[in-house]
Design a protein around this ligand. Structure first.
Ligand code: PRP
Length: 182
């Protein structure tokens, strides 16, 4: 049986980050986080669904203890994006008061989700709140939010793989590539 190529060649643009390159960068981020939180048990909070793959690898790149929790937020259309509204669809299972927290995203695109979540989580008084994103757009506007751990900065192109999707497809690609639209 011959399988169709996945993604089909007409969808696949340039490979920006290979599996090896991602893995090397995730290992570095894991080392930085473990040094910064030495002697503590940070709670890694992944934002579903895009960050699921990254947070799973990041957790395993940290040799010491970590705990995991997940948030789900609404994906918004253009109208709500510009109005700055993000809705929480699934909140945390953990109480984060006095806990060290690392908020983990796959991508910061406009910056709206990250800005909203930092405010939402800060209000719960964690002992530390650091931010981590595998990808950050050059054009992202994060306001006063500090981006503590960044994998790669990228220009404005539609990207797929390693958690990033098009209509829920391609999250399972081991690399990150541009998506050819139309
Ligand atoms: C993506 C990404 C971030 C958000 C970033 O999630 O995972 O959560 O968009 O965009 P912003 O910086 O413009 O706010 P998406 O809504 O695509 O859902 P998904 O994670 O389920 O793919």
């Amino acid at each position: 049986m011959t399988l169709d190529p996945y993604p089909p060649p007409e969808d696949l643009g340039e490979i920006l980050f290979t599996e090896e390159k991602i893995s090397a960068r995730v290992a570095e981020l894991g080392r930085e986080i473990s040094e910064d939180f030495a002697g503590q048990t940070p709670l890694l909070i992944g934002v579903l669904k895009g960050s699921a793959i990254f947070v799973a690898d990041l957790a395993r790149a940290i040799p010491g203890p970590v705990e995991l929790d997940f948030l789900a937020v609404s994906s918004y259309g253009e109208a709500t994006r510009s109005s700055g509204v993000v809705k929480i669809l699934k909140d945390l299972d953990h109480d984060i008061a006095d806990r060290p927290v690392v908020l983990v995203e796959d991508i910061i695109d406009s910056g709206l989700t990250m800005r909203f979540l930092v405010e939402h989580l800060s209000a719960q008084r964690p002992s530390a709140l650091r931010t981590c994103s595998l990808l950050v757009r050059n054009s992202a506007e994060v306001g006063g939010v500090t981006l503590d751990y960044v994998g790669f900065r990228i220009p404005a192109s539609f990207v797929i793989g390693y958690g990033l999707d098009v209509a829920q497809r391609y999250r399972n690609l081991p690399y990150i590539a541009t998506y050819r639209q139309g």
